[in-house]
Design a protein around this ligand. Structure first.
Ligand code: UD1
Ligand code: CA
Length: 455
């Protein structure tokens, strides 16, 4: 079995500068939804027909997807002709659209099953719609056998009353398709080469009626994009809930298709979890939290925070109001509190950075305490440098650690210090002006001001 995805159309009604199939649903381009479904159905020989913005689309496709270019969009059969070399006379080929992202792989499998069992030349996926406007209609004879498909613009008024429509998804016998492509002409109202004409040329046609018509929704406008995205989102949330995840408010929760979440984890409202994020069991994520491409262990708490490319181990907590950027690593039981930013930084087991801190290009050992307002000064205007804080070190409040610098095991750094040199283990380091005191100075100052008539 091979699959050819048609995606050369302009998508004019999107009013976009980028190709339609690159518009994203939950952070994933529309065409990738289709290709992932194909992969889930176990098909690995995949071709894509591209036209408008082909180079942009190529950029997001796997190397093993074969690309065919249709530089002029002369119809669905013409698109397949552009990929003629992909059609193997000894193999079956399924045709899908790049702008129909909600198809389930199980539907593809049942289409293939019927096609093979019946030994058809072509088996199409049809649907019964209350409003079939715009679609090609399926014509059947009195015995129910499919005769062909008529496009709406070419249909008679009686044919337009038919509610069974062509979804545009088919499986063909390769040898039959090659032969049919040679015979399809463009003598119709639109002057296009219709792939649907192949159906009337076949001697053995089958049809599978899709049960859930949402699956075949196509995206032609931004409004449809939003509608399809909502359906995709609800499907994901329902599957999570079925697997023991609490989603407190599905209306405000956005979880991507590749996210994995363990049992008894609670997702609070206004939370967005995308990319290849994995979250363990018994966590509480949100409210007001975004996580992209993160890995969380079990019993993790993240509240009102932004995390991207971060690892948060078991029993650790983050937030509120913190930001973990690429390469943040929060070890078991560690605590990242409020207004903390981390980037390429590791916070060791049970260590704490509770308030107003920046840890960039830093490595913090176990059981260390990072005081409020600590900043790792990692950038000298040209290069980034590392800060190392060893196990058990205590960094007082409002300390600037000018990297490269190392704070030894168990050392204490006094509040307000600017540390430019390494600190030995167990030492106390102070890098601040010594305090001076002038007895009575303030009182004298006030008396002099008031004598002059100032208040
Ligand atoms: C087609 C079917 C119609 C069916 C409908 C379902 C034909 C003649 N008609 O309608 O029976 O009900 O799909 O949506 O096949 N494409 C190309 N190159 C082209 C033309 C189209 O790649 O030259 C791609 C488009 O990008 C799109 C898909 O094929 O993804 C369908 O094209 P569209 O124009 O929407 O379909 P219709 O021809 O209107
Ligand atoms: Ca269409």
């Amino acid at each position: 079995m091979r699959v050819l995805v048609l995606a050369a159309g302009l998508g004019k009604r999107m009013k976009s500068r980028k190709p339609k199939v690159l518009h994203e649903i939950l952070g994933k381009p529309m065409i990738s939804w289709v290709l992932d479904t194909v992969r889930a159905a176990g098909v690995h020989e995949v071709g894509v027909v591209l036209g408008h913005g082909a180079e942009m689309v190529r950029g997001i496709l796997d190397e093993n997807v074969r690309i065919f270019i249709q530089s002029e969009q002369l119809g669905t059969a013409h698109a397949v002709m552009c990929a003629r070399e992909f059609v193997d006379p000894d193999d079956e080929i399924m045709v899908l659209y790049g702008d129909v992202p909600l198809l389930r792989y199980t539907t593809l499998l049942s289409l293939v099953k019927v096609h093979e069992e019946e030994g058809n030349d072509v088996t199409l996926l049809s649907a019964f719609l209350n409003d079939p406007t715009g679609y090609g209609r399926v014509l059947r004879d009195t015995s129910g056998k499919v005769q062909g498909i008529v496009e709406e613009v070419d249909a008679s008024p009686e044919q337009r009353n038919i509610r069974e429509i062509n979804t545009g998804i088919y499986v063909f016998k390769g040898s039959f398709l090659l032969e049919a492509l040679g015979r399809i002409k463009n003598d119709n109202v639109q002057g296009e080469y219709y792939l649907t004409d192949a159906v009337s040329m076949a001697s053995k046609v089958g049809a599978v009626v899709v049960e859930d018509v949402q699956e075949i929704l196509g995206v032609n406008t931004r409004k449809q994009l939003a509608m399809v995205a909502k359906i995709a989102r609800m499907r994901i949330l329902e599957a999570l809930m079925e697997n023991g995840v609490t989603v407190e408010d599905p209306d405000t929760t956005y979880i991507g298709p590749e996210v994995r979440i363990g049992c008894d984890t609670i997702i609070k409202p206004m939370t967005i979890i995308l990319g290849k994020t994995t979250i363990g069991e018994n966590c509480v994520i949100g409210p007001f939290t975004t996580m992209v491409n993160c890995v969380c262990g079990n019993n993790v708490r993240v509240v009102r925070s932004e995390c991207a490319g971060a690892v948060i181990e078991d029993d650790a907590s983050v937030g509120p109001f913190s930001r973990l950027r690429e390469g943040s690593y929060v070890c078991n039981g560690a605590k990242v509190g409020n207004y903390v930013e981390m980037k390429k930084a590791r916070l060791g087991r049970n260590s704490k950075a509770q308030h107003l801190t920046y840890l960039g290009d830093a490595e913090v050992g176990e059981d260390a305490n990072i005081g409020a307002g600590t900043i790792t000064c990692n950038y000298d205007g040209y290069k980034k440098h590392r800060t190392i804080i060893e196990d058990g070190a205590f960094i007082g409040s409002n300390v600037s650690l000018v990297a490269p610098v190392r704070i030894g095991k168990g050392a204490i750094v006094g509040a307000g210090s600017v540390i430019t040199e390494d600190v030995s283990p167990d030492a106390l380091a102070l890098g601040r002006a010594r305090q001076i005191e002038k007895p009575g100075w303030a009182k004298k100052y006030r008396e002099e001001r008031e004598k002059d008539g100032h208040k």
